[in-house]
Design a protein around this ligand. Structure first.
Ligand SMILES: Nc1ncnc2c1ncn2[C@@H]1O[C@H](COP(=O)(O)OP(=O)(O)OP(=O)(O)O)[C@@H](O)[C@H]1O
Length: 242
């Protein structure tokens, strides 16, 4: 979210206190939140809470406000979040290894990070090698990002988020460039490794089968918020069609 995007932002943020992502408490709380980019309203009076342990799919047509909502949620708990943005945010000239390592950049000193850039440290090499293999990137560790396909780049972005090893995963279409089987397998991995998950996605089948709560957004407003098992495929199709 750009600085300018904060104009008009009216948030009631949850006060974190001692962080416990397993307790059944509200991790995210919006009370009549609004967000505008100049004259363009992206979120209009959004009120919602997301509790620790929830697995939430954000659905809605293109331009509905999903990315804007994720950005607002990210600002509420950023230090506890494994973040997988829509446009990956990878460094093209660096290797897969170094891009995944960036998930832990802030945990180490600048000299340590520079040393690892020049002479990869064994424990990171081992952990990242293992993670890359799980993501089907085992043979690509030394390749730079600009040598990868779109789907491979997306998997690096997931790898970087997983390497953060946080309790909350926020993702903006994190498996959109993958084939459905690979996408579902990676979603399962993401869900297994994070207590709380909020993911924007267009795949209705995955939204209903993998998540336990569906939040539907249109025109910057929450117009659907129900347990996934209380929504049918037909209803979700109608939500998109209307
Ligand atoms: N940087 C920006 N400057 C101006 N308007 C923006 C900007 N980013 C988003 N918007 C507008 O805000 C609204 C919500 O956009 P947002 O990216 O949150 O939608 P989205 O649901 O994530 O869409 P998509 O599924 O296409 O990614 C849209 O009308 C969009 O045009």
């Amino acid at each position: 979210m750009s600085r300018g995007a904060n104009q008009g932002l009216n948030l009631s943020a949850s006060k974190a206190g001692v962080f416990d992502a397993t307790a059944n408490r509200s991790l995210f709380h919006l009370d009549q939140a609004t967000l505008a980019y100049g004259q363009q309203t992206a979120l209009a009076s959004v009120s919602l809470s997301i509790h620790a342990g929830e697995k939430v799919a954000l659905v809605g047509p293109s331009g509905a406000g999903k990315t804007s909502l994720l950005n607002v949620l990210y600002e509420q708990q950023r230090e506890h979040i494994a973040w997988c943005p829509q446009h990956y945010g990878l460094v093209d000239i660096l290797s897969v290894y170094h891009n995944i390592y960036m998930g832990q950049l802030e945990r180490h000193s600048a000299p340590y990070n520079i040393w690892n850039l020049l002479f990869p440290i064994a424990r990171h090499q081992q952990a990242i090698g293992q993670l890359a293999s799980e993501l089907g990137l085992g043979q690509k560790l030394d390749h730079s990002i600009d040598q990868l396909s779109g789907g491979q780049q997306q998997r690096v972005s997931i790898g970087r988020a997983l390497y953060r090893n946080k309790a909350i995963f926020l993702g903006d279409e994190p498996v959109a460039s993958l084939d459905p089987i690979q996408g579902e397998a990676l979603l399962a991995k993401i869900i297994a490794r994070h207590a709380t998950v909020v993911i924007a996605l267009h795949n209705r089948q995955m939204a209903l089968s993998v998540f336990d709560r569906i939040i539907g957004i249109k025109g910057g407003r929450v117009v659907l918020d129900r347990p996934a098992n209380a929504i049918s495929h037909a209803e979700l199709d109608r939500f998109y069609a209307q």
